[in-house]
Design a protein around this ligand. Structure first.
Ligand SMILES: NC(=O)c1ccc[n+]([C@@H]2O[C@H](COP(=O)([O-])OP(=O)(O)OC[C@H]3O[C@@H](n4cnc5c(N)ncnc54)[C@H](OP(=O)(O)O)[C@@H]3O)[C@@H](O)[C@H]2O)c1
Length: 230
């Protein structure tokens, strides 16, 4: 069902994005791998059946636009955009610098807008699907989360509003909201067995993409089934 489709995965050099790229490739999807670490993307592209490395910075509109153009030219179009690239800087408001605030907001919120905007003309050709990797931090604020919470609350709002616009162009928009995932995101992975793994998020992406095109999967929250009792 996904075989032969083309996906752009942002943040494909590490963690959740890397797993999403691998899972999609295993489903026969041709994958465009976008992130700043070109060497990691090249290494991953060599491992996957049909994938191309698209080094770029999500905070630069021209980089994302260029990636979409290359996908259309080299892989024949674009069906899926997975907005996954993100950063986390966790500090109380009084310690957060303006540059840190900008980095988090530009990457986690402006990035998905840039990628969505750049991808819409290609996605609307055959009925596409955008999946935004949000977070439960987009619903629940926590101390030290001012920039991250703001970016993920904003992403949820952007995701819902863009869904209401883009469905009339034949494009579906979904959000996946994981809790804490065991990736390099907040430091080194812990290996804790109860934690959600990157592959669990990747499976959720495949599930959403495979849903019947008449259905608009809105928000899918992923929580650990058995976290340690507090
Ligand atoms: N881990 C968690 O607990 C968790 C929970 C909920 C949601 N999430 C979300 O899941 C997404 C992926 O996180 P992760 O855990 O997989 O983290 P990760 O392992 O640190 O990966 C982050 C990815 O984003 C890319 N990236 C960062 N800034 C970028 C930029 N300016 N331009 C292009 N790519 C950029 C990184 O690649 P380069 O450095 O090579 O550019 C990397 O591939 C994020 O949106 C995060 O907010 C994570």
């Amino acid at each position: 069902m996904l075989k032969g489709k083309v996906a752009l995965v942002t943040g494909a050099s590490s963690g959740i994005g890397l797993e999403i790229a691998q899972k999609l490739a295993a489903e026969g999807v041709k994958v465009g791998l976008f992130a700043r670490s070109g060497d990691k993307l090249e290494a991953l592209a060599r491992k996957l059946a049909e994938a191309i490395a698209l080094p770029g910075d999500i905070t630069r509109y021209e980089d994302v636009e260029g990636a979409v153009k290359r996908l259309e030219a080299e892989l024949g179009g674009l069906d899926f955009l997975i907005n996954n690239a993100g950063v986390g800087i966790f500090k109380p408001v009084q310690e957060l610098s303006p540059e840190e605030w900008q980095e988090v907001l530009q990457t986690n919120l402006t990035g998905p807008f840039y990628a969505s905007k750049a991808a819409v003309p290609a996605l609307q050709k055959h009925g596409g699907h955008i999946v935004n990797i949000g977070s439960l931090a987009g619903k629940n604020a926590f101390a030290g989360g001012a920039a991250y919470n703001a970016s993920k609350f904003g992403l949820l709002g952007f995701s819902e509003a863009s869904m209401l616009d883009l469905r009339y162009l034949g494009i579906r928009v979904s959000s996946i909201l994981p809790g804490s995932v065991d990736t390099p995101f907040g430091g080194a992975p812990t290996g804790a067995a109860w934690k959600i793994q990157a592959e669990d998020v990747a499976e959720a992406v495949v599930y959403v993409l495979k849903s019947n095109p008449r259905v608009m999967p809105g928000q899918l929250e992923l929580r650990p089934a058995q976290p340690p009792k507090k």
